[in-house]
Design a protein around this ligand. Structure first.
Ligand code: ATP
Length: 234
């Protein structure tokens, strides 16, 4: 699954946040989207998942342009938001059921996968819990489990490490590796450069709504010496 973002101009209610964003994520690649607070990472992601409509430019998934009229692409994308979004009135079991329905998954196969994922995140005995019963990190794990149940070919992950315990970070990265091996493409925004450096194939550095530079973290550091530590030289 290939993601191509071309000359994307966008933002909120005509307020231009993204000025001209172009980058791609190829089959089996994990690309890190990095940049200072307010650089435009979440806004870029909100356009890719179809929450915002581009003012200019295109977003293509396997060559097909995402438009408001073409919502089929949504089943191709698994999205893990920065802040967990769960339905207060639905149990963990019902969140899994909802995911299965929304993505049109094979029920038995998906539940087998869900059971494995819930075991990994120690949630297997909490199927009847409501979101109010979960801690923030546990809610994040529910979102992660739902996203990986889909086995979608494109994963969009917005700053996943904040609030996750170290074991969960390790487990999440192993799951991403597994999806990559299966050919999925992953775009992950993060501030955790040390962790990301070990796993990302490439980085796209955003600054003030534009792509400042792309490449390995070593290449970025060479061009902009502060990148590896604090991003303070951009
Ligand atoms: P962070 O690292 O803090 O998560 P980010 O790179 O994800 O930052 P964005 O959330 O994309 O940054 O924000 C980019 C710009 O868009 C900022 O100037 C921000 O103020 C603005 N912005 C973000 N959300 C909204 C919104 N809902 N309405 C209007 N402007 C917004």
């Amino acid at each position: 699954m290939t993601l191509e973002v071309s000359h994307l101009v966008g933002g909120y209610s005509q307020i231009p946040v993204l000025k001209d964003i172009s980058f791609d994520v190829k089959d089996g690649e994990l690309v890190g989207l990095i940049g200072l607070n307010g650089a435009g990472k979440s806004t870029t992601i909100n356009h890719i998942i179809g929450l915002l409509t581009p003012q200019k430019g295109t977003i293509k998934i396997n060559g097909l342009t995402i438009t408001e009229d073409n919502q089929e692409f949504k089943q191709q994308i698994a999205y893990i938001p920065e802040m967990p979004i769960l339905y207060q009135e639905l149990t963990l079991r019902e969140h899994i059921e909802l995911t299965i329905m929304a993505y049109g998954l094979d029920h038995e196969k998906a539940w087998k996968r869900a059971t494995e994922l819930l075991k990994i995140f120690r949630l297997e005995n909490k199927l009847d819990w409501f979101p109010a019963n979960f801690s923030k990190g546990m809610k994040q794990k529910v979102m992660i489990a739902c996203a990986f149940v889909t086995e979608a070919p494109l994963m969009i992950i917005d700053e996943p490490f904040l609030g996750l315990d170290p074991l969960a970070v390790h487990d999440l990265l192993s799951l991403i590796e597994e999806r990559k091996k299966a050919g999925a493409s992953v775009l992950m925004s993060t501030h955790a450069l040390d962790t990301a450096e070990k796993y990302c194939d490439r980085f796209v550095l955003l600054h003030d709504g534009q792509v400042k530079i792309e490449g390995s973290l070593a290449e970025l550091r060479q061009a902009l010496p502060g990148v590896g530590e604090t991003l303070d030289d951009i």
